[in-house]
Structures are given as C-alpha cells and as structure tokens.
Design a protein around this ligand. Structure first.
Ligand code: ADP
Length: 487
C-alpha cells in the first residue's frame, strides 16, 4: 500500500507526547512490512534545514479567503530507515521553537491557520510530487481537516480522490475548536458547518470534522476507544464517537525497547534483567543517594515520572501523599507541567518529609533511573489514551499502581492474590480512599507477600508491547479502510 502519514510532531524531530512516537516509529515498521510510506510534518525551528533537500519547487497551499500561501517541501529521512519525510516549510507559521505554544504555555493565536496549512499542504505536496496514496493516516485535531478535505475539495482529484483516510485519536481533550470564520479558510463550503460535521457550540471543531469524515478511526488503546463514546471521556464529542462507533478501533502503541531495556540501559548505574535482578538493588540505592533520600533497601520506593497536569491525577496523588508518607515508604517524583502543580509539589517539599524527593524538570536520564530504582510505580491518571510509563515500569520490574482506565486498563493485569497472578495494582475509581487503599495494598504486598511481588515483577518484565505488533494492526486497519473506500 501507499501510505501518507501526516502529523504535527514525530520523533526524533519534534516531540511533546505519544503522538510523536506513533508518527516517528510506525512508518519504519510499516516499511518493513513492504509498504511505501511518506511522513509529512512541519519544519519547525528545531529541525536543521541544512540536512534536508528541497523537492518539487514552490508549494502553493490554497487557504480560502487568505489566498494561496507559498511554501516549500524539504525532504529528509527517518533515522535508521529509508522512509522519506516531507517537511513543509512555511516560516511564518512554523519557524518557532515549540510546535503549539508560546513560552507561557498559551496556544499560538494562529494555530487554526497553521494546522489547516499543514493539512492542506500535505495533500498539495502529495499532488505536486505525484504520490497517490491508498490511505492517508492523520493524527489528532492538527491534521483532522484532511479527511474533510478528501471528501470535499479533493473528492474528484485524480490523484487523491480515491484515497481512504484513517484518523487516530491520541487525546480527545484537544480538539482544535476555532471561530466560525475558519470555514472560509478551509473553503469546503458552509454546508459542512452543521452539528454533524464541523460545528460545535457555534465554533469550527476540526477534530469533530475528522471524526465524521474519516473512513475509519482508531484510538491508542481498545479501552480508551470505548471510553471516548461516553460523556465522561468524550469531551463533548462522545456523540460523534457513538455515531461512528462501528468505525472506531483501538490499537495499543508499541514500546521502544531499544531505549527502554534494563539490560542495556546506559542511564543506569547497573544493568539487570529478569534472570539476574542484582543490578536493580544497585539502581535503588543509587537513586536514593542521587535524590538525597536515606539509602535503605528495606523500604519500598514509589516512583512517578509525569507531565504535571490534571489528566495525570497529580492533584489527588498530592492529597494522598501526606498519609502515604506517614507509612514507611519513600516517594520520588519527576515532572514538569502546569504552575499549580509545581507550586503544590514545592509546598509539599517545604513540609520537610524526609521520605519525599522531587525534581521539577524534564530529565530523560533521571526518568530511566526512577523506572529502574523504584519498587512500585504510580500512575493515577484520570484518563490515559495509552500511556507509556506503565509499559516501561513493567519492563523494569517496577509493578505499576494505576487507575483502571484506557491503556492502563489494557496493559496492566491486576494482582490476583488467591491465584498469585497479575503484573500490577489497579485502582477502580479515582477517589482519595480508593487511591490510598490501592497504594496501601501494593505496599503491603511488597512488605509481606514477597514471592507474589517477585512473581509480578517477572511476569511484567517478560511481557512485550511491540511496534511490530502495532504496525500489523495498523496494516489491517488501512486495508479495511481502502476496502470500504473502494466499495
Ligand atoms: P503523555 O504522552 O500523556 O505525557 P505517556 O505516559 O504516554 O504520557 O508518555 C510520557 C512520556 O514522557 C514518557 O516517555 C515519560 O518518561 C516522559 N516524561 C514525562 N515527563 C517527563 C519528565 N519530567 N522527565 C523525563 N521524561 C518525562
């Protein structure tokens, strides 16, 4: 199949979340399955122009009332494979340090035009370069206009008119909702500004348009794909998700086990694996030392690495923390994010708990050392489309304590004490009491049911969530979409 993958971010070029992993890693595995893949993304300021080659001449992108904007396509390659990446260059929109936001975290005021440009520009680039995709795979609201455009403005295009589309929802909370005038930039006709397609609350909602128009949809875990159809998780678009339930699938993300493997991890003071766990004790002592905690093998270390935002349940965890710290446990937290969360963590720090250590920054090396040096991992997310850290912690022999939602529900097996089964601890319902009790149960298990705890570690470490597996699932999704499109 010929596959055109369009995304606002992709590793290793730009990353703010899991979307970047899917966009940057999946193409490589699709190419290995024999598909002809092109990845399209913006050329942000962080991407060195010098390593790229201009292809195909000036790129005209029709932007309705704004007129045609002229950019360029610069071609690069995904590292470690031959997949071409087409970077859309239009400096007025993309020559900025962050993909979406000002330094203060505010979204750029022109994000509407920027991502309509990316959506339309990707299709124009394919036209200009003579690439006729069987399927166009787009991701989140930034590129959700593509399925709308394919069904409208490009419907009779000789090259693109026959292409099926797949929209992946990485996070339903972000929808790309803008003023109605954006319809005149999209330029697909005001008849599509209706409650089924692009309109929500009298605004243009790009994600909604994509949900309605894409041939098939998926999210990044089967459970999240079901949750999206409920008011609690659909963020106002659950109605569209319900209408299109038949078209909505769930495909778990893979894990990069080259980067996250305790047997080879270069960020760790000692390596280990399921058959020889001695190195994990070394990692624990080193972590305690690094963070200024008492070096004690006989207390459990509970680790957390996260964006500090409401979604991750940080506020509730901080509520529970004082009670938790009254037990003999240590808690280590690494994160960065919203101001209120930084303030709350710092306030907790000032209370002088000697068993609590935190670092408020983004630090990949420390993230690895926390995964390795902790005994239990905390992930009380309110919702979690897929989640990566619980997958890392499984691989690192650090049983995760999770809220049983989304990808957490799908990837963690709850500890089943009578049958000595499970890979982690699930909290059903996110309340103070439920979270405290689940953490309490995990800590009790660590202290008093050592063989069961060891068994959980081993089972988790032997599990694999691979991109090869995910790529085969995407392959069948694409085939089905092509089939549907061709009738
Ligand atoms: P999300 O994409 O919603 O942030 P995921 O669990 O899917 O959550 O992925 C988060 C990724 O970002 C993980 O690889 C995690 O290790 C990393 N990460 C998050 N915060 C930090 C931080 N402060 N320092 C280092 N890595 C972090």
């Amino acid at each position: 199949m010929k596959i055109l993958l369009v995304a606002a971010e992709a590793v290793p070029f730009a990353k703010t979340g899991g979307l970047a992993d899917v966009a940057g890693v999946l193409p490589k595995f699709l190419a290995e399955l024999g598909h002809d893949v092109r990845l399209v993304m913006p050329r942000y300021a962080s991407i060195d122009r010098g390593t790229l080659t201009p292809v195909g001449g000036p790129l005209g992108v029709p932007m309705g009332v704004i007129g045609t904007l002229w950019g360029e396509v610069l071609e690069g390659r995904l590292p470690g494979c031959e997949v071409p990446v087409w970077f859309l260059e239009y400096d007025r929109f993309f020559d900025r340090p962050h993909p979406y936001t000002e330094p203060d975290g505010q979204g750029f005021a022109d994000n509407d035009n920027r991502f309509v440009f990316l959506s339309r520009g990707a299709l124009e680039a394919a036209r200009m370069l003579g690439f006729a995709p069987d399927v166009v795979h787009v991701n989140d609201w930034h590129t959700a206009a593509v399925p709308v455009l394919l069904n409208t403005a490009y419907r009779h295009d000789p090259l693109l008119g026959g292409a099926a589309s797949v929209l992946t929802i990485h996070n339903m909370q972000y929808q790309g909702e803008f003023y109605p005038g954006l319809m005149d930039v999209l330029d697909v006709g005001w008849q599509h500004f209706n409650h089924l397609e692009l309109e929500r609350n009298n605004q243009v909602n790009l994600l909604k348009g994509g949900l309605y128009h894409a041939t098939l949809l998926n999210s990044v875990s089967p459970t999240y794909a079901r949750e999206l159809r409920t008011p609690a998780y659909g963020y106002g678009l659950d109605g569209v998700a319900r209408d299109r339930a038949w078209a909505l699938r769930g495909i778990l993300n893979g894990t990069d086990y080259d980067e996250w493997n305790p047997a080879t991890d270069r960020h760790l003071p000692a390596n280990y694996d399921v058959d020889d766990m001695a190195g994990k004790a070394v990692c624990k002592a080193a972590l305690q030392r690094e963070l200024g905690l008492p070096v004690r093998a006989e207390v459990p270390v509970l680790g957390l690495v996260s964006r500090l935002v409401h979604q991750k349940g940080i506020d509730l965890l901080l509520d529970v923390l004082p009670e938790l710290l009254s037990w003999d446990v240590q808690v280590v937290l690494l994160g960065s994010g919203e101001r209120w969360a930084h303030d709350a963590v710092e306030a907790m720090g000032r209370q002088g708990h000697r068993n609590f250590a935190f670092r408020l920054r983004y630090d990949n090396g420390l993230a690895h050392r926390i995964e390795a040096g902790s005994d239990l991992y905390l992930m009380p997310s309110r919702f979690e489309p897929c989640g990566l850290n619980q997958l890392y912690s499984l691989r690192y022999g650090t049983p995760p304590i999770v809220h049983a939602v989304g990808g957490l529900q799908d990837t963690v097996d709850n500890y089943d004490a009578p049958h000595h089964r499970g890979t982690g601890f699930k909290c059903y319902g996110l309340t103070y009491g439920a979270l405290r009790d689940t953490i309490g149960w995990a800590v009790h298990t660590w202290y008093n049911r050592h063989d069961d705890y060891r068994g959980m570690q081993a089972r988790g470490m032997r599990q694999r969530f691979t991109w090869g597996h995910a790529a085969r699932a995407y392959e069948s999704l694409y085939r089905e979409a092509v089939h549907l499109k061709r009738g």
